[in-house]
Ligand binder design. Sequence first.
Ligand code: PNS
Length: 164
Amino acid sequence: MKNIKVIYPGTFDPLTNGHLDLIERGSKIVDELVVAILLNSDKGTPLFTVAERFEMISQSVKPFDNVSVMTFDGLLVDFARAQGAKAVLRGIRAITDYEYEFPMAMMNRKLAPDLETIFMMPTEQYTYVSSRLIKNVFELGGNVSELVPPLVMQRMRARLSQKS
Ligand code: PNS
């Protein structure tokens, strides 16, 4: 019997309902799904530390028995290989995502020909949702409560009240 393990990598700063939707979809078609948080992202100052993101994601994926959370550094393909993963899962919302994802998938294939990249689309309701937009709108006072898990919303509010 094959045990198909797949890595869902990202920055997840913060986890959105779009990510969670993809996690749920992914968990239904693989044996094991590992949500892998990149440790040293070059995306500038994060809203949450990796430890905070780890905790929020761990809580949010509790309903899914075959989903775990890890962190990784260095090349994704090395992490995937070390984990014995068969594929990487990524979400595609719009054509612009494809332009970002395609070279990464091809580079990963060049580096690790046996590792597949699987793309899945989130539910239509979250196709415009990104962590970047969530942070931006929230910091400007917009309501994003329907777009992130309740725990993330709670932590974002707490972070804002710490700042002020
Ligand atoms: O959520 P993000 O920020 O779009 O995720 C990007 C991520 C983490 C998938 C990508 O930056 C990555 O894999 N980084 C690890 C370093 C690496 O392997 N780089 C080469 C990829 S072609």
